[in-house]
Design a protein around this ligand. Structure first.
Ligand SMILES: [Mg+2]
Length: 259
């Protein structure tokens, strides 16, 4: 009876209901790329919808501060993107965290990560459009702009892994990231939920990528809502929004702003 199960799962995420309207007692955790922002070929080419910073600022106020970004990007990049906001945030998939103003830094990268960055840079030169993104403790290899680079970049990443103790390869949407194990988006959300202004609220996490499933599991374990953006399969999410435009309309509705 495997086929009916698989068929059910394929239908499942596309037919998930929209999440209810945002409530005052929620703690809202938002992924960034693919959730608030459409992907660009290069991560530094993303564009912010004109009203997004105002919407996030107003929602942060409405939720008494219980709104956080949970992203694979470093915190300093999130701050630049969403300036002048300095929202509570987990960066680098939870390796960096800023909760109630205090910041926890990611660990220093081992030297082998620098060697991999140089080797991957040479591969990226052969495949215009491929991007090597140095995030400090982690290194992300992107092939969205040139899918032909996928195989060579993955081969390099796999070859480098034995020299990177404690590191692993985290696969994402047209990206592989070498990063220390341990923290993930779920553990970051769990930690934020233990502290004000998030503690005691109903957690809601909105994300698109399979790395967001850790966060979905945590919010569901805490009687919260997991909201998938798009149709990715499989997912433990129970609600769905179609794309970043849909996410922003849903956020706007909560502050009475026109979609
Ligand atoms: Mg994402």
């Amino acid at each position: 009876m495997r086929r009916p199960t698989i068929a059910f799962m394929i239908v499942a995420t596309a037919s998930l209901p929209r999440p209810p309207a945002i409530a005052d007692d929620w703690a809202l955790f938002l992924d960034v790329d693919g959730t608030l922002l459409e992907f660009a070929e290069r991560p530094d080419e993303v564009r912010l919808p004109p009203d997004l910073v105002n919407v996030l600022g107003a929602l942060h106020a409405r939720l008494d501060g219980a709104l956080a970004l949970v992203s694979g990007r470093p915190l300093d990049v999130l701050d630049r993107l969403f300036a002048p906001l300095h929202l509570p945030a987990a960066g680098l998939h939870g390796l960096e965290r800023r909760i109630d103003g205090s910041k926890e830094e990611a660990p220093e990268p081992p030297p082998a990560l620098g060697h991999l960055r140089e080797d991957a840079g040479r591969v990226a030169e052969r495949y215009p459009g491929a991007v090597v993104e140095d995030k400090g403790s982690t290194l992300a290899l992107h092939w969205r702009g040139n899918t032909a680079a996928h195989q060579d970049l993955m081969a390099l990443a796999n070859a480098a892994l034995p020299d990177l103790p404690g590191y692993r390869i985290q696969s994402g949407d047209h990206v592989a990231e070498l990063r220390p194990g341990g923290a993930n988006k779920g553990s970051a959300i769990e930690q934020m939920m233990d502290r004000p202004p998030f503690a005691g609220r109903r957690p809601v996490f909105v994300g698109d990528d399979h790395t967001d499933e850790h966060g979905f599991e945590v919010v569901r374990d805490h009687d919260g809502l997991a909201v998938l953006v798009g149709n990715r399969q499989p997912s433990v999410a129970a609600h769905r929004l179609a794309d970043p435009t849909d996410v922003i309309s849903w956020l706007q509705a909560a502050i009475g702003s026109p979609a």
